[in-house]
Design a protein around this ligand. Structure first.
Ligand SMILES: [Zn+2]
Length: 244
């Protein structure tokens, strides 16, 4: 994204210095696809995903599908997303978001890629569409922002649940309750960088290695160590995205 335009290579070098084994970078709009491909070609520890974010659903055309199909032929494009519903910002009309969500779930199935689901203020509608259109449950509910009862439903469908830096926010009691409930083998962590920066850096640009802060907060909540949890999360990432 643009916020790394001036220092992207330094940020990536710092990921290596911080000991990150895998980074998944997500191209959420067609113009980003070529940047994602360039990054995965250049750095062996970076993997990519492509798909059209619900914010941009209204721009999805047959040409977009063509671009996604082409990008997905790259062996290091390992996920489809972000796709889903965002009824908080409503940058695209809700009915178009739903229609394009359904279309992209079918496309992800066709391409045999796990899906990365973005769902904000649209819990029920997301559940309904996934139940109907993603019967494999192969994917992750990214930046999970709902409560324990929603987690139960998505877990029952087969999805992984990914926890962002918001878990460090005082107001995230519902998220922390869900986190205590999610089984280890279905848990992931992420930064959503440059967004959702964890405390104590909140308010500034987020960067990939801050995921350590999130994992430490998750480990404390789950009464385990950061090292143990990090190892589990790494195995989960590999199982979901890198094993065919
Ligand atoms: Zn998202």
């Amino acid at each position: 994204m643009e916020s790394y335009q001036s220092d992207r290579d330094d940020v990536i070098q710092k990921c290596i210095d911080e000991g990150m084994e895998y980074v998944l970078t997500v191209g959420t709009e067609e113009p980003y696809f070529k940047t994602v491909i360039a990054l995965v070609d250049r750095y062996p520890f970076i993997y990519g995903a492509v798909g059209i974010h619900p914010h941009n659903a209204a721009d999805f055309t047959d040409m977009t599908e063509k671009a996604i199909r082409k990008a997905a032929t790259h062996p290091r494009i390992v996920g489809y997303g972000e796709v889903g519903l965002d009824f908080f910002k409503n940058y695209s009309p809700r009915d178009i978001q739903k229609k394009i969500f359904v279309r992209q779930l079918a496309l992800a199935g066709d391409l045999d890629l796990p899906v990365i689901i973005h769902s904000r203020d649209a819990q029920k509608e997301t559940e309904d569409i996934l139940k109907q259109e993603c019967k494999t449950g192969r994917g992750v509910i990214h930046c999970f922002s709902y409560d324990r009862s929603a987690a139960e439903i998505f877990l029952d469908m087969g999805f992984y649940i990914s926890i962002p830096g918001t878990v460090t926010y005082k107001t995230a009691g519902g998220l922390r309750e869900a986190l205590r409930y999610i089984p280890s083998e279905r848990l992931l962590a992420e930064t959503d960088a440059p967004f959702l920066t964890p405390v104590p850096h909140r308010g500034r640009r987020n960067v990939p290695w801050y995921v350590k802060i999130t994992i430490a907060a998750m480990a404390a909540e789950r009464k385990t160590t950061t090292e143990k949890l990090a190892a589990v999360l790494r195995d989960n990432f590999v199982r979901l995205f890198l094993k065919k």
